[in-house]
Design a protein. Structure first.
Length: 83
């Protein structure tokens, strides 16, 4: 199925080359989860990314079970840093 994968400039190296506006349409398995997208795009494991599907937060505990649908938009942001 086709989904939209979006990220920030900080993670743009995990997008296909020449992806406009840090956004790409990708093909993923029909039973894919947000965790599958992270792995498929090659994002390093063990990092607490902020992940949304269609602008709805997907908690880390839900990323391996949340089923994606055709046309969903998966957005991934790097962890926020502050002090």
């Amino acid at each position: 199925m086709k989904i939209v994968f979006k990220t920030t400039t900080a993670l743009a190296k995990y997008l296909p080359r020449n992806a406009p506006n840090n956004t790409a349409q990708i093909d993923i398995a029909d039973s894919a989860t947000p965790e599958d997208v992270l792995v498929f795009q090659g994002l390093p494991a063990g990092i607490n990314y902020l992940v949304t599907v269609n602008d709805i937060l997907v908690r880390p505990s839900e990323r391996q079970t949340f089923q994606l649908s055709e046309g969903d938009t998966v957005s991934v942001l790097p962890p926020l840093k502050g002090g």
